[in-house]
Design a protein around this ligand. Sequence first.
Ligand SMILES: [Zn+2]
Length: 253
Amino acid sequence: MERRIPAKEMKVRTDLAACYRLIEHYGMSDLLASHISARVPGTNDEFLLNPYGMCFDEITASDLLRVNYDGEVLDETNYSLSTAAFNIHSAVLKGRPDLTCALHTHTVAGMAVSAIEEGILPLNQLAIAFYKRVAYHDYEGPASREGGVDECAALQRDLGPEKKCMVLHNHGLLTAGETIAEAFGLMRRLEKTCETQMYTMAMNAGGGTMRKVSYETCEEYYKIQGQRGRGRHDAAWPALLRKLDKIDPSYKH
Ligand SMILES: [Zn+2]
């Protein structure tokens, strides 16, 4: 018998499907190879992930796979679960009960910055919002490898108890949020930061002198930012949904 999806879960499913569409819309998808998850409301050990085999721009709310921390898919589906997705997202959501959504990308800019030792540089106002707020994770092979237990423990350790953004060295980017809107908002800004850094470093290599924001200003900005929560990301979300509704509202189904 087909399961009736509770209204609260359907709301999360709709937001998560919208997030997949937005990641595609803003050019941050990678066919089947990256993923976004959200906790199923009212549960401690269930979350939603993309069905392996669907592109981000075709995913709908009811397509999303409900899985538990043992890696079991809990509803009937014609699709499978990506092992890499399960390993990364179960690690983040299990390790951080304060967060409800995790988002992982393999964009060109994210991978480019992930491959330099220095990581995110304080090159502009957007970048310094990530000062002391980005975790780094060493590359130790594909996240899809069997078991993945060590990788999960390392991800949890590196993300720590407070950070919401991570550069996975030689791999890509990860953000997480108390809401889906926050995870998306952080990723959009982190992506733009990496893209801008790529251009700045290229201009620097071409003879332009790179100007970094001073240590003192970064510290000051960090103190001010400490008082800012997810509000600005949540505030933008309804507008992003309206944008999607104009493009293709089918994500809601
Ligand atoms: Zn990946």
